[in-house]
Design a protein around this ligand. Structure first.
Ligand SMILES: [Zn+2]
Length: 346
């Protein structure tokens, strides 16, 4: 009989891959306090204890305020490097071996950070993280949908210009609000990114219905869907996602925090698994939603009634549908198998 405590201990050391996590949204109170100390004129507290209160959101509007105040702390290439490197440290602590980090370069270049220095900062952090923590990072550059076509053009340029495009870039995304931001208008930008060899991974169906997921598939040629939560409303869509093996990047706690879903028990994750869809577990903006990847695996274990073997399969799903090369995938999956076998040995 597996106890909940046992399962949590198993998850804590289970090698994992994280496919849906945002760069600025991963700034923990520890990282924010370091950044705030570098910029004393900011209104963000520097004391980690005060920061825990600061990160307690009263509602979604408050979350956006806090998020933007953290964006305001990223002012220099050195801030970008520090944030990226420290986020990797937090991932490594959770035994994350591979992560695709969603970065919104437009937020930084618009604020005047030199584009070349920005790319060098993230690449420098990526290389340091890999050699020091053993965590492999790759980038997804995403269009902040609310900033419109100007942001789409700028993000596409940064992602496809050979003189700028960072080595670690593997995919192209679309984030921000869905309501009032129709997906089809971004088709020309995704076409260019795909032609440049990038994978398409837009957010869709988080706060709007299944038609947005269809749009992401048809117009943006999505290979994975960020969230896809409301896909459950359309049985034909569930069948399509299963048959074409289009994985969903599920972030349960984020969906509660943003009120996309009312309670965890009402989360459609089980319906996705029962429909035969490849499901991956992710954390989105973990410190801002009071979670981390390990907690999300614990949530999944409860909602899907998984034991250690089931959790290991879930972890391997994420590795399988990641954009890591095949030898890299095989290495992490072997590690997951060895860890699980050893854990379950009598
Ligand atoms: Zn997201």
């Amino acid at each position: 009989m597996t106890t909940t405590d046992n399962l949590h201990a198993f998850i804590a050391d289970l090698p994992k891959a994280e496919l849906h996590v945002h760069h600025v949204g991963s700034a923990s109170p520890r990282i924010v306090s370091e950044l705030a100390a570098r910029h004393p004129d900011s209104k963000v507290p520097t004391d980690p204890e005060a920061l825990v209160d600061y990160f307690t959101f009263t509602d979604f509007a408050h979350f956006i305020d806090v998020y933007l105040s953290v964006v305001d702390l990223i002012r220099t290439p050195e801030d970008v490097r520090l944030l990226t490197y420290e986020v990797a440290r937090d991932l490594a602590r959770q035994q994350v071996r591979y992560a695709e980090l969603t970065i919104t370069p437009f937020s930084s270049t618009r604020r005047g950070i030199d584009e070349r220095a920005f790319m060098e900062a993230i690449e420098d952090a990526r290389k340091a993280a890999e050699s020091e923590f053993g965590t492999v990072l790759r980038w997804c550059f995403d269009i902040p949908g609310e900033a419109g076509l100007e942001a789409a053009e700028e993000t596409t340029r940064l992602a496809t210009d050979d003189r700028l495009r960072p080595e670690g870039l593997v995919s192209f995304g679309l984030g921000g609000p869905e309501i009032g931001v129709p997906r089809p208008q971004f088709k020309p930008y995704f076409d260019r990114a795909i032609a440049a060899g990038l994978h398409s991974v837009p957010h869709a169906g988080e706060t709007t219905g299944p038609e947005t997921v269809w749009d992401a598939l048809t117009h943006l040629r999505a290979e994975r869907i960020g969230h896809g939560t409301n896909s459950f409303q359309d049985p034909a869509l569930l069948t399509h996602l299963a048959e074409h093996r289009i994985p969903l990047e599920v972030c349960p706690t984020s969906n509660i925090a943003t009120r996309a879903v009312r309670t965890l028990d009402e989360h459609p994750i089980k319906a996705f698994v029962e429909a035969g869809i490849v499901v991956t577990i992710n954390s989105d903006d973990p410190p801002m939603f009071g979670t981390d990847l390990n907690s999300e695996y614990a949530v999944a274990a409860r909602l899907l009634n998984l034991d250690e073997r089931g959790l290991a399969e879930l972890a391997k799903n994420a590795v399988d549908v990641s954009f890591l090369d095949e030898p890299g995938k095989a290495r992490i999956k072997d590690e997951i198998d060895t860890y699980t076998t050893t854990w379950l040995a009598p």
